[in-house]
Ligand binder design. Structure first.
Ligand SMILES: NC(=O)c1ccc[n+]([C@@H]2O[C@H](COP(=O)([O-])OP(=O)(O)OC[C@H]3O[C@@H](n4cnc5c(N)ncnc54)[C@H](O)[C@@H]3O)[C@@H](O)[C@H]2O)c1
Length: 245
């Protein structure tokens, strides 16, 4: 992926950190955007200049513009965008506060939209690709995931419209729904052990995925020429938990 320059939101830790590392190992240059300065700086320092870190909140449109500017000034172009970051709180629908809705819609939906809009012109210049993140929890409408599921399905709807409208600009837009044992999922397992056991029991491949070995390669594929005839698709990287028809 030597010719590629890719922005990864939430790119310092969890699945995003694994995607940043995997893309850099495959030769791409990466702008990782994250709130977590310590993890982001550590990734950048270990990367021999391949990873540039931007500390920022993806729910703010200025952050998206700064990330695109950084990709262009540091690496000269932009060929890919991975909208991975999404913060939310799990609780019953009737207990959701306005702040809970703002957090999930602001980071998940608005963050994705901010980066897509900011990156459009640069990606149109290179025939670039966008990978957005959905979730099996949203496809299924799992309990306690109201604001998360709503934002995730809004992201899938937005992605399909952009896949139609931006095809003529040479931009492909696909969605990945992962299932991986990150630190975030480990915390969720602690707080909601019953839900964790339920999900693990339903994974046909019998385990939660590894962020770098099971999810990042699917994202790399969707950013590469290998997937040039795919757009608007939802790709499940979830051990077969949900089989879309
Ligand atoms: N882990 C799973 O099994 C799973 C399942 C379905 C969907 N997903 C989706 O995959 C993506 C990554 O999941 P994860 O488990 O790695 O998440 P995570 O919470 O472990 O990591 C998210 C990263 O985003 C960063 N971040 C959070 N809010 C931010 C903000 N406002 N601005 C900038 N950075 C911010 C965090 O600092 C963190 O580094 C998310 O879209 C998530 O919804 C994950």
């Amino acid at each position: 992926m030597e010719e590629q320059v890719i922005i990864v939101t939430g790119g310092a830790a969890g699945i995003g950190g694994a995607i940043t590392s995997e893309l850099a190992q495959r030769g791409a240059s990466v702008v990782a955007v994250d709130l977590n300065e310590e993890a982001g700086q550590a990734l950048a320092e270990d990367s021999s200049g391949r990873i540039a870190f931007l500390q920022g909140d993806i729910s703010k449109s200025e952050t998206a513009k700064q990330a695109v500017d950084l990709a262009l000034s540091r690496f000269g172009k932009l060929t890919g965008l991975v909208n991975n970051a999404h913060a939310s709180r799990q609780k019953p629908l009737l207990e959701h506060t306005p702040e809970d809705w703002d957090l999930s819609m602001g980071t998940g939906f608005q963050g994705t939209l901010n980066f897509m809009l900011a990156a459009h012109d640069a990606l149109a210049g290179t025939g670039g690709a966008i990978v957005n993140f959905g979730s099996g929890a949203a496809l299924e409408g799992q309990r306690k995931q109201a604001s998360y599921a709503a934002a995730k399905e809004a992201i899938r709807g937005l992605s399909r419209v952009a896949a139609h409208e931006w095809a003529e600009d040479g931009i492909r837009v696909n969605i990945v729904c992962p299932l991986a044992l990150t630190e975030g999922v480990a915390k969720w397992k602690e707080a909601h052990g019953d839900q964790y056991d339920e999900v693990a029991a339903k994974i046909p491949l019998g385990r939660f995925g590894d962020p770098q070995k099971d999810v990042a390669p699917v994202v790399a594929f969707l950013l590469s020429e290998e997937s040039r005839y795919m757009t608007g698709q939802t790709v499940m990287a979830d051990g077969g938990t949900i089989m879309l028809r």
